[in-house]
Design a protein around this ligand. Structure first.
Ligand SMILES: [Zn+2]
Length: 113
């Protein structure tokens, strides 16, 4: 497994996510628009805000996963399932570099939900 390449792509992903989080944060908190609006406009605003907040939340979760994956590379733990400790399938890691569990554990978690 080419850990350097994975680390590289994770770092790129991290920078992307940091950028996006920053932009979303700005959009949510620093909107320079007049407050006086009619109800329909306010409703649309609120909907937009909810979409932004949802994106913001997803971005944070993804960022957390990426940072954890980078930490695991640092500790030489990368590629091991966080649940059972087995090595995660390389193809799975290639597709989802910050995945934390092997396919079996992911399936089991999915089913227990
Ligand atoms: Zn596992």
């Amino acid at each position: 497994m080419d850990i350097k390449a994975i680390e590289q792509s994770l770092k790129q992903k991290r920078d992307e996510l940091l950028h996006r989080a920053e932009r979303l944060h700005r959009d949510v908190h620093h909107r320079e628009e007049p407050i006086e609006k009619d109800f329909a406009e306010q409703a649309v605003e609120l909907e937009n805000l909810e979409v932004l907040l949802e994106l913001d939340r997803e971005t944070r979760v993804e960022l957390k996963n990426v940072l954890e994956a980078l930490a695991r590379i640092e500790e030489d733990e990368y590629g091991n399932c966080q649940a059972c400790g087995e090595a995660i399938n390389v193809e799975r890691l290639k597709a989802l570099p910050y995945v934390q569990t092997c396919i079996r554990c992911a399936d089991a978690q999915e089913r227990s939900r």
